[in-house]
Design a protein around this ligand. Structure first.
Ligand SMILES: [Zn+2]
Length: 245
């Protein structure tokens, strides 16, 4: 994508967000008009059921600890619809209602963080979409937790194949070493909340966590809107000896 097209995409995303901000509140799942400040209409809310206790892997509940996955709900129903529209439907305005759900999950888990870091998009995909959905969510979480927002803490050093299309044994290999910390001195000794919209296999989150721990982070907790219904297998980081390949 040329720089001009990238700018056009970014301007389009901004103007869409501005137009949506002026329109009345609507359901994040189906866009039906809402009378109050709810995220979902009553029909959609029945299909977006928050985790009562724990997502497929990792711990929820008071005192999330290093390596835990905190998620709002399974990737299903209206939450899945809302996330798809947010990412692929040119709807950056959905960061506001979906960010509220993410903040709820963080608070319910008693999550404490110094820095809120989004999983970065590859620059080419960022140019196409006009925004990084994880960064829009992370900004809202940082606000709500009174933590620092660090949108540029990680960078993606190479484009990776779509994780969901790969067999399990290739997923970790696909993303290992795909991320770098820009300024390790800002990461060292900090408690980090790592944000993404969905934990599908967990391999991308684990690769980001490896990079942050290698830079000296005190802890990294995964915070996502939705976790794959079938379970998230690969959240634990590889042993230090297996990193830095
Ligand atoms: Zn709805």
């Amino acid at each position: 994508m040329s720089p001009v097209r990238a700018v056009v995409a970014a301007v389009r995303a901004l103007s869409t967000a501005a137009a949506r901000a002026l329109s009345p509140p609507s359901c994040a799942g189906c866009d039906v008009a809402l009378a109050d400040a709810a995220v979902f209409c009553s029909d959609c809310a029945r299909t977006a059921v928050p985790y009562a206790e724990r997502p497929p892997r990792g711990a929820m509940g008071p005192g999330a600890a290093d390596g835990d996955l905190v998620a709002f709900a399974p990737f299903a129903g209206a939450l899945a619809d809302g996330i798809r529209r947010f990412k692929y439907g040119d709807r950056p305005d959905l960061a506001r209602p979906l960010g509220r759900l993410l903040l709820c999950a963080a608070r319910d888990a008693g999550l404490r963080a110094d820095l809120v870091v989004p999983v970065p998009l590859h620059p080419r995909r960022l140019a196409e979409r006009g925004y990084n959905q994880a960064a829009l969510l992370a900004a809202r979480v940082a606000d709500g937790l009174a933590a620092s927002f660090a949108p540029r803490a990680l960078r993606r050093v190479r484009s990776t194949a779509q994780q969901a299309q790969l067999p399990r044994d290739l997923r970790l290999q696909n993303v290992a070493g795909a991320f770098r910390v820009r300024a390790p001195e800002r990461i060292a000794r900090r408690r980090i909340a790592l944000i993404d919209d969905v934990a599908t296999t967990g391999a991308t989150l684990a690769a980001c966590r490896d990079a942050l721990l290698d830079a000296g982070a005190a802890s990294v907790i995964y915070l996502v809107l939705a976790a794959a219904e079938g379970g998230v297998d690969e959240l634990r980081s590889s042993p230090p000896s297996a990193r830095r390949t």
